[in-house]
Write a protein that binds this ligand. Structure first.
Ligand SMILES: Nc1ncnc2c1ncn2[C@@H]1O[C@H](COP(=O)(O)OP(=O)(O)O)[C@@H](O)[C@H]1O
Ligand SMILES: [Mg+2]
Length: 260
């Protein structure tokens, strides 16, 4: 049974998509079967995985509104090795369509029942807002990974996210937990990063990953080639950091899983 992780933070540009693509590729390199679901109408995870949005016949939109089964919409990627349920701008209209459906918050969760046995991990790349797509992601997930950019005001907006998580826990997904907080675009200037890390440790204690993702130009370049960093420049600091994150992610997941 797959572990389903929503990568979310309603702030844009904090590294959600970069984390999804590169964690998916790094987990794949560690022999895990991974499905990445793009839930952002901008489709950056789709493009960054080498899929051309304008050529898509089906996408996650079709799954959410029920016009196609999920298996018909998943694409296996070569050379990255993981699978993707892609998105394009069709998804912009999903919010409106979903609002009219009685099961609007659990459309994705229902669709995932069909395929969750086939993967070890399913990563959900969320849009930069707390809309119905993010609610679908949180309703379908076991855990939440929150990337936080190491800058002043990094914690701004996290209160609203935590309130949304609480609301989903109380209503449709009581088992939902924060899986981990990831510091991204880490800058070695000590005064800045130290403050952010201190605040995160205070609020989230042991949930903050030891692995930090450095600011690395190769991570920003790789998407324009439609490749994860491992397939673009595997020796780069960015590639090494995401491999380390995958290792920590697997270890942490194991230690928090209650064995029967
Ligand atoms: N560690 C990093 N180093 C350098 N650039 C990064 C890093 N992480 C993300 N970026 C770049 O920053 C921008 C925003 O990242 P992205 O992952 O798209 O954020 P989000 O999905 O949260 O909006 C993108 O242009 C991306 O290539
Ligand atoms: Mg994104």
């Amino acid at each position: 049974m797959a572990k389903i992780i929503a990568v979310t933070n309603q702030k844009g540009g904090v590294g959600k998509t970069t984390t999804c693509v590169n964690l998916a590729a790094s987990l794949t390199a560690m022999k895990r079967k991974v499905l990445l679901i793009d839930l952002d109408p901008q489709g950056n995870a789709t493009t960054g995985s080498g899929v051309i949005k304008s050529e898509l016949k089906t996408s996650v939109f079709d799954v959410l509104v029920g016009t196609h089964g999920i298996k018909q919409c998943i694409i296996d990627l070569d050379p990255a090795g993981y699978a993707i349920l892609p998105a394009n701008s069709d998804l912009t209209g999903a919010e409106v369509v979903l609002l009219d459906l009685p099961t609007k918050e659990t459309r994705l969760r229902s669709a995932l029942y069909e395929i969750e046995q086939e993967y070890d991990f399913i990563l959900l790349d969320c849009p930069p807002s707390l809309n119905m797509l993010t609610v679908n992601a949180l309703a379908a997930s076991n855990g939440i990974l929150i990337p936080v950019q190491c800058e002043y005001y990094a914690l701004e907006g996290l209160t609203a996210l935590l309130q949304t998580i609480e609301r989903i826990k109380e209503s449709i997904n009581p088992a939902l937990e924060i899986e981990g907080i990831l510091r991204t675009m880490y800058d070695p200037r000590p005064s800045l990063t130290h403050d952010v890390s201190e605040q995160l440790n205070k609020y989230f204690a042991n949930k903050v990953y030891d692995t930090v993702i450095p600011r690395n130009i190769r991570l920003a370049e790789a998407p324009s080639y439609g490749l994860p960093i491992l397939n673009y420049e595997k020796e780069s600091r960015g590639a090494i950091a995401y491999l380390a994150l995958a290792g920590e992610f697997i270890r942490k997941g194991r230690s928090t899983t209650v064995s029967a």
